[in-house]
Design a protein around this ligand. Sequence first.
Ligand code: SF4
Ligand code: SF4
Length: 62
Amino acid sequence: MTYVIAQPCVDVKDKACLMECPVDCIHEGERTLYIDPAECVDCHACEPVCPVDAIFPEAELP
Ligand code: SF4
Ligand code: SF4
Protein backbone atom coordinates (compact mmCIF):
# COMPACT_ATOMS: atom_id res chain seq x y z
CA MET A 1 0.00 0.00 0.00
CA THR A 2 1.02 3.56 -0.58
CA TYR A 3 -0.44 7.02 -0.56
CA VAL A 4 -1.16 8.73 -3.85
CA ILE A 5 -1.71 12.33 -4.93
CA ALA A 6 -4.81 12.74 -7.06
CA GLN A 7 -6.18 15.26 -9.53
CA PRO A 8 -7.03 18.13 -7.12
CA CYS A 9 -3.30 18.87 -6.77
CA VAL A 10 -3.01 19.79 -10.46
CA ASP A 11 -1.80 23.39 -10.76
CA VAL A 12 -2.14 23.91 -6.98
CA LYS A 13 1.17 22.44 -5.90
CA ASP A 14 1.45 24.42 -2.69
CA LYS A 15 3.84 21.76 -1.38
CA ALA A 16 2.41 21.55 2.13
CA CYS A 17 2.71 17.77 1.89
CA LEU A 18 6.36 17.97 0.90
CA MET A 19 7.27 19.58 4.22
CA GLU A 20 5.57 16.81 6.22
CA CYS A 21 6.97 13.67 4.61
CA PRO A 22 9.56 12.10 6.94
CA VAL A 23 11.16 10.05 4.16
CA ASP A 24 11.12 12.73 1.42
CA CYS A 25 9.29 10.51 -1.03
CA ILE A 26 7.08 13.30 -2.42
CA HIS A 27 8.55 14.70 -5.61
CA GLU A 28 7.62 17.59 -7.84
CA GLY A 29 6.23 16.84 -11.28
CA GLU A 30 5.26 19.24 -14.02
CA ARG A 31 1.69 19.96 -12.91
CA THR A 32 1.28 17.99 -9.68
CA LEU A 33 3.40 16.49 -6.99
CA TYR A 34 3.65 12.73 -6.84
CA ILE A 35 4.54 10.12 -4.26
CA ASP A 36 7.13 7.46 -5.02
CA PRO A 37 5.36 4.23 -4.00
CA ALA A 38 8.66 2.46 -3.44
CA GLU A 39 9.63 5.00 -0.81
CA CYS A 40 6.31 5.82 0.90
CA VAL A 41 6.11 4.30 4.40
CA ASP A 42 2.33 4.89 4.80
CA CYS A 43 2.81 7.21 7.76
CA HIS A 44 -0.27 9.32 6.89
CA ALA A 45 1.53 12.60 7.76
CA CYS A 46 0.91 14.18 4.36
CA GLU A 47 -2.80 13.52 4.02
CA PRO A 48 -4.29 15.90 6.64
CA VAL A 49 -2.18 18.90 5.59
CA CYS A 50 -3.31 19.00 1.97
CA PRO A 51 -5.59 22.06 1.57
CA VAL A 52 -7.47 20.53 -1.37
CA ASP A 53 -7.74 16.94 -0.05
CA ALA A 54 -5.76 15.51 -2.94
CA ILE A 55 -3.97 12.78 -0.99
CA PHE A 56 -5.50 9.34 -0.48
CA PRO A 57 -4.43 5.88 0.56
CA GLU A 58 -4.24 3.99 -2.73
CA ALA A 59 -7.10 1.66 -1.78
CA GLU A 60 -9.45 4.60 -1.12
CA LEU A 61 -8.92 6.58 -4.32
CA PRO A 62 -12.23 8.13 -5.45
S1 SF4 B 1 2.21 8.70 3.78
FE1 SF4 B 1 4.06 9.42 4.85
S2 SF4 B 1 5.73 8.49 3.72
FE2 SF4 B 1 3.95 8.36 2.41
S3 SF4 B 1 4.04 10.20 1.15
FE3 SF4 B 1 2.76 10.68 2.92
S4 SF4 B 1 4.15 11.59 4.39
FE4 SF4 B 1 5.41 10.53 2.87
S1 SF4 C 1 -0.47 19.50 -0.15
FE1 SF4 C 1 -1.98 18.74 -1.66
S2 SF4 C 1 -2.22 20.41 -3.16
FE2 SF4 C 1 -0.37 20.80 -1.96
S3 SF4 C 1 1.26 19.93 -3.20
FE3 SF4 C 1 0.65 18.37 -1.72
S4 SF4 C 1 -0.91 17.14 -2.79
FE4 SF4 C 1 -0.65 19.05 -3.94
